[in-house]
Design a protein around this ligand. Structure first.
Ligand SMILES: [Zn+2]
Length: 394
């Protein structure tokens, strides 16, 4: 393979336009785009790409409220397709407008993940301007419906099902300390334990009525046992499977017999486990508690993402590691675990497409103080362009 050379790397780096990249991030951050309603930011991105001379497609992916943005940069010669994928929706927090100060761009989505997405766009421009993509193609996709609990990756799933998918994917989320090769699947759950009677003073309560708080304590004990059982499944990098309780609520005042107890939490599992089995086992356990306590228990079980696995021997991993070293003056990057779920989970579970999450130095995701490093956006744009040339030619 001759694609990854210092000469080519220098040529690509020289074409990364820092000011253009900063402007793209600022323009995208300036348009509020809460999950489910990211049309404005996607339209903005489509305009930017159209003005750059790219042919932009807008497939709905099952979410016509905010059609996705798709660009294909094709060398016209046979080869593989590398996909750059980013989401433009942000979590539902108050909007923070963009700001630029020193090496930082701040504002809603600057970290998660309009900054990274803009770096992928810059890589696309560099590849086009350099003519360095001699084989295969690069597929860029930008979409909505990423952030849970408002979205569950439905639009990306729609795009993949419609065939809008590459042979491998790079996702510029704010993670770059390692190449994540394993990540747990995630579901969020809510449980309502109820008894039939009306609210009543505790001394008046019919003695045969079940206690929702007793039932909750039994459920919590069962979950503790279940968690111990789940700990037997361990991955050396990703850790164990878990069932976690984050909230318990019940009662109006100290001497009223409550009618309802509500619990909320998460369930995480290792790749390879089927989401349907995970849900069935969970529901069975809860139903057993309802039966034993004489209460009614309703469950809402929402799958966020499946588990994620990347074969560390896959040629894509080596290609990426080599490009990383070239771009980062000989530094190396090793394999590790992914702490959160992202779209790589969807690519793996739905289409068996290898994916690497690697983005800029950034922070404050899911807070009001997001930031991203401009220097590192430049590095990511350079790295994505170099990886694409190597991967698509191989
Ligand atoms: Zn994100």
């Amino acid at each position: 393979m001759t694609a990854n050379t210092p000469e080519l790397s220098n040529r690509l780096r020289a074409l990364v336009n820092r000011d253009r990249l900063v402007k793209t991030v600022v323009d995208l951050v300036a348009v509020p785009s809460w999950t489910g309603d990211a049309r404005g930011a996607l339209d903005c991105l489509a305009n930017i790409l159209t003005n750059d001379g790219f042919r932009v497609e807008r497939p709905a992916g099952g979410h016509p409220t905010a059609p996705a943005v798709v660009v294909r940069l094709d060398s016209g010669k046979p080869g593989k397709t590398l996909q750059f994928n980013g989401h433009l929706d942000t979590v539902h927090l108050p909007f923070v407008p963009p700001g630029v100060s020193g090496d930082h761009i701040t504002g809603s989505g600057s970290c998660d993940m309009k900054g990274g997405t803009a770096a992928a766009v810059e890589a696309l421009r560099v590849l086009r301007d350099s003519g360095a993509l001699t084989n295969g193609a690069v597929l860029f996709t930008g979409h909505d419906l990423h952030e849970a609990p408002w979205g569950h990756g439905e639009q990306l799933e729609g795009l993949i099902r419609e065939g809008c998918v590459g042979d491998a994917v790079l996702i510029p989320e704010y993670l770059n300390g390692c190449i994540p090769i394993v990540g747990r699947g995630l579901a969020t759950w809510k449980i309502w334990i109820r008894r039939p009677g009306a609210p009543i003073h505790e001394v008046m309560r019919p003695l045969d009525e079940p206690s929702v708080i007793d039932a909750a304590s039994e459920l919590i004990a069962r979950f503790r046992q279940y968690a111990t059982h789940l700990k037997e499944k361990v991955d050396p990098l990703a850790g164990t499977e878990t069932v976690f309780i984050g909230q318990v609520h019940s009662g109006e005042i100290f001497n009223q017999y409550p009618q309802e107890c509500r619990l909320e939490g998460t369930r995480r599992w290792l790749p390879g486990e089927k989401r349907a089995n995970v849900e069935e086992e969970f529901r069975k356990l809860v139903a057993g508690v309802a039966q034993r306590t004489g209460t009614t228990i309703d469950i809402e079980f929402e799958i966020v993402r499946d588990g994620f696995h990347l074969d560390r021997e896959h040629p894509f991993v080596k290609t990426f590691q080599e490009a990383f070293s070239t771009v980062s003056s000989g530094q190396t990057i090793s394999c590790g675990a992914k702490p959160f779920c992202d779209d790589c989970n969807t690519f793996w579970a739905l289409a068996n497409v290898p994916g690497i999450t690697h983005g800029p130095n950034a922070g404050g995701a899911h807070t009001l103080s997001e930031w991203v490093s401009i220097d590192d956006l430049v590095r990511v744009a350079h790295l994505y362009a170099l990886t694409a040339v190597s991967f698509c030619a191989a």
